[in-house]
Design a protein around this ligand. Structure first.
Ligand code: PSV
Ligand code: MN
Length: 427
């Protein structure tokens, strides 16, 4: 755990500069017809779940370069999320991926997390790998898909695994299951598009039928990888069809990396929200495909535009969706990576909150694209960092999370406790 008084000490060294920057930011923002206090409050309310699989050094199939001190158990993963939450004040939950996470005593794990102020976000099932616990000890294989498979025994095993994830999630206090399927084909003619889709729909209906009344199910689309010719749930249209064909509490999850190059993701967000089927997000960033790069590191303007659509859907506030980070790369300390992502989201949210909505509507009605762009840029180009830091301070977190993490030698401390060879389970 990161002791709160150490964070306070670090904040004290930055307090005077922060106060000066905040006065300046407040004055500047007050001139733009926006209430800086409302921005700080909304940013302080925001939280993004951390994925249990991004707490170790992820990698590519070419290599992985562990940095030591990685969490060896789900409890240690909770510890790491509690550590970054202490610094950001905005990562109040963890999302588990089964069976990479397979707690022997869920009630004890739940209690462990509660004591550290961490809740359990969406449960994620895994039918994209063959694991003994999900394949009936190797009796079936997901090589040719799971819910879409031509063999009913494979489909049954995949459904069963999802039901077990829900049951585990109930014991942990989660309220959502996210179903991401690697199902698809790598070669034309390998399978019938329609037959695969109908089998997936049937499987999702069976999973949905098992949901407790206060639970939701998310379908997550992805155009390619690991299959390279077709994915069954390839885009938001297929995801929406599946959600609509399943039930009211079946919603779509948007992973930013799961779109073909140049897709207008903010418009997809708007469409799904309009259809009442936007459930959650996996935040990350990419240059080419599902690169799993740090949120906001490549296309920060796109991130701002996405938050703008979210505020539109929430009438000026962030709608109560499931916001999660889904990124992993093998160059950075994963905890620093997650804190940078969280900061990028808070900055984008603050910028989006600064958009003068009334003026924007006026420009739209007057068909004045130049003015509309001015209005967006005025908000996007505002230095909102003091507001974000203030939101963190009010959440008892660090004014500067990464600098504080480094000043406290947090990684060295983890290596001392867990060892240099401690490697996290997951990807
Ligand atoms: C697939 O690429 C994905 O985005 C899904 O959310 C999975 O559950 C996750 O990554 C696991 O790596
Ligand atoms: Mn994802």
């Amino acid at each position: 755990m990161i002791p709160h008084d150490r964070i306070e000490d670090e904040n004290t060294t930055r307090a005077r500069t922060h106060a000066r920057d905040l006065v300046h930011a407040r004055e500047f923002i007050a001139r733009t017809n926006t209430d800086p206090e409302a921005v700080i409050a909304e940013v302080a309310r925001f939280s993004a779940a951390a994925p249990s699989w991004a707490l170790g050094t992820g990698g590519t199939r070419f290599g992985r370069f562990p940095i030591g001190g990685e969490p060896r158990t789900t409890e240690e993963k909770v510890d790491d999320v509690a550590a970054i939450n202490a610094l950001t004040g905005a990562n109040r939950s963890i999302s588990l991926h089964v069976p990479w996470d397979d707690p022997a005593d869920p009630e004890a794990l739940r209690q462990y997390a509660v004591e550290r102020g961490i809740a359990f976000d969406a449960m994620n099932s895994n039918t994209f790998q063959d694991n003994p616990s999900t394949t009936r000890d190797g009796a079936v294989s997901y090589k040719f898909g799971s819910l879409c498979h031509s063999d009913v025994a494979v489909r049954d095993a995949a459904v069963q695994h999802n039901l077990e994830c829900i049951d585990l999630g109930v014991r942990l206090g989660s309220k959502t299951i996210t179903v991401w399927l690697a199902d698809g084909t790598s070669f034309p003619g390998q399978a019938n598009f329609r037959a695969q889709f109908e089998r997936v729909l049937d499987g999702l209906r069976r999973i949905y039928a098992h949901l407790p009344a206060d639970w939701r199910m998310f379908t997550e689309h992805k155009p390619y990888e690991p299959q390279f010719y077709s994915s069954v749930v390839n885009d938001w249209g297929s995801s929406l069809l599946l959600a609509q064909g399943t039930g009211d509490r079946a919603l779509c999850l948007v992973d930013l990396g799961h779109h073909l190059p140049n897709a207008n993701i903010e418009q997809i967000v708007s469409r799904l929200a309009m259809a009442g089927r936007l459930g959650g997000f996996h935040f990350n960033d990419s240059k080419y495909g599902d690169d799993d790069l740090t949120t906001g590191s490549i296309k920060p303007y796109q991130l701002f535009l996405i938050f703008l659509e979210l505020l539109d859907a929430g009438n000026g506030r962030m709608p109560p969706l499931a916001y999660m980070i889904d990124q992993s790369n093998n160059l950075k300390d994963p905890l620093e990576d997650l804190m940078q992502a969280t900061d990028a989201m808070q900055v984008a949210l603050a910028q989006a909150l600064l958009v003068d909505q009334q003026a924007l509507r006026g420009a739209q009605d007057a068909n004045d694209p130049a003015l509309a762009q001015e209005i967006l840029h005025r908000a996007y180009r505002t230095d909102v960092r003091p507001l974000v830091a203030e939101a963190r301070r009010r959440n008892n977190a660090a004014l500067d999370p990464i600098a504080t993490y480094r000043a406290l030698n947090s990684r060295t401390e983890k290596i001392r406790q867990r060892g240099l060879n401690a490697v996290a389970t997951g990807i």
